[in-house]
Write a protein that binds this ligand. Structure first.
Ligand SMILES: [Zn+2]
Length: 330
């Protein structure tokens, strides 16, 4: 089964008005947005994507205070619940759920969701972590841009005192930490504070993206950061947006070849081993098909990435590594 560790599914439903229960061709016909959609539930199913990390992400431009972000994230959670009630997805809350899903999936192909909070503003105060855990959340990425908890993309900075409290609450609740979008200073401080499972659901090696001085560099990972994630037994998911694979690429340019993805995968694998490399496509996360590398037009095309890695790493990179990582702590 393919695992995609980053999809903003509910954001696409509620902010873009997309009906993700439609077949992909049907959604493309109806959709009025300039970005061509890549992901729907039937497309995940047909493409063999058996599990994805589905975000609760409140756009800070739209939801400008913690209460508004909280309300937005609750509404997104409801989208996933409705799908679960309709039998369209399985929400994974425990290792038992995961095992059961792995048994049933080959026959019914129902995709599973692991719920991930991206950008911590919807957590009104650290004590609320237990509430989100009870609601099904299993990973939290405290950053997007800077939040009340830490520095983030294009807004550098460390952990705030509230951020330290948040990480302690996550440890207590047994939730995993997603470093995606987190600024490097906050990253190192978090490693000091947080004891639980770590990963970066959708981030690439900064050293292949022009180094520290290019725009958006701080949302990616230095080699030292990748090594530190590896030392903690964490995973790095490759994000498949062209601009995050080649910083000289911009919208309207020809799509990159899959070779660009291959370079990033090999770089991470050389640092921490193929068993810690995975995918976190971020498909439809503010961009569409034409902003993906050539050949990645629907979720099932992720299988092509298996041809870019050593044969013995294929199963792990496409999904097995994320599954084993989840099994260790979920
Ligand atoms: Zn993101």
């Amino acid at each position: 089964m393919i695992v995609d560790a980053h999809l903003d599914l509910a954001h696409n439903v509620l902010d873009l008005g997309r009906d993700l229960t439609l077949p992909l061709a049907e959604l493309r016909k109806r959709d009025g947005y300039k970005d061509i959609p890549v992901v729907t539930l039937p497309a995940l199913r047909e493409g063999g994507v058996g599990l994805c990390f589905a975000t609760l992400w409140a756009d800070p431009k739209k939801h400008t205070d913690p209460q508004a972000a909280h309300t937005a994230a609750r509404a997104q959670l409801e989208v996933y619940r409705r799908w679960e009630d309709a039998g369209l997805v399985r929400i994974i809350r425990s290792t038992g759920d995961l095992r059961c899903h792995q048994e049933r999936w080959p026959a019914d192909r129902v995709p599973a969701l692991v719920i991930l909070i991206e950008g911590g503003e919807c957590i009104r105060e650290p004590g609320e972590v237990a509430f989100w855990k009870a609601e099904g959340v299993r990973l939290i990425g405290p950053a997007w841009n800077r939040t009340r908890y830490c520095g983030g993309t294009r807004e550098p900075g460390g952990l705030t005192p509230l951020g330290v409290e948040l990480l302690h609450a996550m440890d207590e609740a047994g939730l995993a930490l997603d470093f995606a979008h987190m600024d490097e200073q906050a990253f190192w401080e978090s490693l000091e504070v947080f004891r639980g499972p770590v990963c970066a659901t959708h981030a690439n090696p900064r050293s292949l993206l022009g180094g520290a001085d290019t725009p958006f560099a701080n949302r990616h990972l230095s080699d030292a950061m990748i090594l530190a994630i590896g030392e903690r037994g964490g995973m790095v998911g490759a994000v498949l947006f062209n601009f995050f694979l080649d910083h000289t690429w911009s919208r309207g340019m020809e799509r990159l070849s899959l070779h660009a993805v291959q370079k990033h995968l090999y770089h991470v694998a050389r640092l921490i081993g193929w068993d810690k490399v995975g995918l976190g496509s971020d498909f439809d996360g503010g961009f569409g098909m034409n902003e993906n590398p050539e050949g990645l037009n629907q979720p099932g095309d992720l299988a092509r990435i298996g041809d870019l890695v050593p044969a013995e790493a294929r199963e792990g990179v496409l999904g097995g590594n994320w599954l084993r990582w989840l099994e260790r702590w979920l």
